[in-house]
Design a protein. Sequence first.
Length: 430
Amino acid sequence: MNFKFALFALTLMNALYAENLSVFDRYTTLRTIAGTGTDREQNFWQSSFEGADPRAVELSNPHDCGSDAFGRVFIVDKQSHSVLMVSADGSTLTTVLGTHQSANGGDEPQVATSVAIQNPNGLHVFADGSFLVLDTDNRKVRIVDTAGICRTLFTHSPGFSGGRGLVATADGSAVYFNGEFTAVGMQTVKRWTETGGIETFATIPVPDGTLGNLDLAPDGALFVTANRGHLVYRVVEGGVPEIVAGNGFADGNTTSGSLATQVSLNRVRGVAVLPDGTFFLATQKGGDIWWVDNDPAGRRIHLFLAGDSSGNTFSGDGLPRSTTFSRIAEPRAITLATNGDLLITCNDNGFIRAIRNVCKPIAPEPRVENGNLTWSTGWKEVVVVEESNTLKPNSWSLAEVTSGMQSIPLVSYGEKSFFRLSVPNLAGGQ
């Protein structure tokens, strides 16, 4: 069979390669994706919010968010016992999991919006729009597929002690979450796999507190924040947890440019690892976003976005990230969107904010190898593959949504002659 290929890389006015700009130049303006900032820790949900402008909806103590390859942003809205979704263009908010009432829905596959959950927390969004969520008070991890069907992936009987982070590998083969305490000042990080079930991946010191959020690095290491311990750990399989940021105190010693292990990170909660192994941190009570470099002489930490610990600060939409006044407050979680933007969950006042990344991903070039359509992408980079016989504008249909280096066996697609590859450009609007 003689296959032909069409590559449609995104045409962007600012299609710059990330390596040509520093992290401070790549991330530019701040914007609001969802929330009005009315109050905290209440269930504000109203039926009129369904289908409304996300920026006119009162969120109910959101705890995490993430995006898929199509630019949709998913929000764990804890006190409304739901997961919400913002359309790619940022215009519409809809419920994708939960009934907005606290209860313990069934475990069998069923429509996700008919499944009651209780105080959800951690979230992991896959490239294709399926997602995992910690159904915290029901001690379950639920999975919702692309058809909107929910089922219980597994139950963790001891529950999820404080922090309630959740992250998975790109293919979903392994899920990491914060588990139970094993002794005074020690908390487990668990790993679930379909073949091995739930096992302890690491046990981490948490003096006077609990763990926070999790993220995976390009080399497979797990980054874990210790919220009340004011520390950030790097954990590898079978290794001893290594402190990579924080001095264990919340005394205000936060000089930008210092060694990362010499600064105070007041209730560090959020962590997001970049493709080059550097990482962002969010301090819940410090109120700031920090960036930690990979200086071989010792990682240094830099103030990235100034915030406030009051819980009431909200400003800066449309302004450069580099302006010095406080613009966010009490960030609970940070996530890298699939288009490169940095998503910030400010939970106490109920906002989802984003910092625009001007270095958008570039669609990779396809090639044919051993009967497969093959392409190479970087860590966590996602690709949408479409197929067509005619190249007409309305003739394209979705073939695959993938992450990392991938390939498609061409025989699976019959007589299809053309394929195009594209990458995310939006994340909850611009």
